[in-house]
Design a protein around this ligand. Structure first.
Ligand SMILES: N[C@@H](CCC(=O)N[C@@H](CS)C(=O)NCC(=O)O)C(=O)O
Length: 259
């Protein structure tokens, strides 16, 4: 039976993990672009699919009844378990590599994503007028992101030394690499030069150039963060748009709190 997958997503670090995986597995899928700036992710129709109000979300109707999934880590595992019998992006269930993939997946969704997300917030989108608050936030979350990048650098060195592998787990690309990629590509935009992490730089260049991965990164729209990070004007525009969005979110949360 041909898969009937619908992905609700946007061009963002947690979304491109899934499009990259779908492309690499060669799965057909329909994309519904969710406008984060218009807060579509908080609308009732979307909350029916993902009660957490964030992208990505996946609906699988292959077996005739909707399976609805939120959380990028859970979606990647689902795709690997259900649609990767040849282990193109995964490892045999129960093998040491299977559990190593779980380690890096949990590490990414529980650590790298949230910490780097806060780093971007304080660096670019923070709307406080108190410079001390902003400075404290930048310092704390940039340092934590640097530490997490070092953890990846050390892992890649170990993989190279012990397995002659370019990847985070085992001897081939996996959902662990794809989970981390979307965030690591934001390195310069997060104010953390990739040159400080040579193996991580080599890894992100290599993985993001794999044609299927590149296609996934550019879905639903071109993934422009490297260009944005290089241009002061584009960075300013992205920061202004992000800050405006944060303000709207605050106002909305305030309204909800008053109900
Ligand atoms: N833990 C979630 C995080 C999802 C997430 O934060 N997505 C962001 C885009 S990268 C989002 O939808 N933000 C919109 C919002 O915060 O309203 C996952 O891994 O799926």
């Amino acid at each position: 039976m041909a898969p009937e997958l619908t992905l609700y997503t946007a061009s963002a670090p947690n979304g491109v993990k899934i499009t990259a995986a779908l492309e690499f597995l060669g799965l057909p899928y329909k994309v519904v672009t969710v406008s984060l700036s218009a807060l579509e992710q908080k609308e009732p129709w979307f909350l029916e699919i993902n009660p957490n109000g964030r992208i990505p979300a996946l609906v699988d109707n292959t077996d005739g009844k909707d399976v609805r999934l939120m959380e990028s880590g859970a979606i990647l595992l689902y795709l690997a378990d259900k649609y990767d019998p040849e282990h193109k992006l995964s490892f045999e269930q129960g093998s040491p590599e299977y559990y190593e993939v779980l380690e890096w997946l949990f590490w990414q969704v529980g650590g790298l994503g949230p910490m780097q997300g806060q780093c971007l917030h304080f660096l670019h989108y923070c709307v406080t007028s108190n410079p001390d608050v902003r400075g404290y936030g930048i310092n704390r979350y940039q340092n934590e992101t640097r530490r997490l990048f070092s953890v990846l650098e050390t892992r890649l060195a170990k993989q190279k030394e012990t397995k002659n592998s370019k990847f985070l787990v085992g001897d081939h690309l996996s959902i662990a690499d794809l989970a981390c990629l979307g965030w690591v590509l934001f390195d310069t935009y997060a104010g953390i030069p990739s040159e400080d992490y040579p193996l991580l730089k080599e890894w992100q260049d290599y993985v993001s150039a794999i044609p299927e991965v590149k296609k996934g990164l550019d879905t639903p729209s071109p993934f422009m963060i490297k260009e944005v990070a290089k241009s002061k004007d584009m960075t300013k525009m992205a920061a202004e748009a992000g800050a405006a969005w944060i303000k709207i979110q605050f106002e909305q949360q305030l309204k909800l709190g008053q109900k």
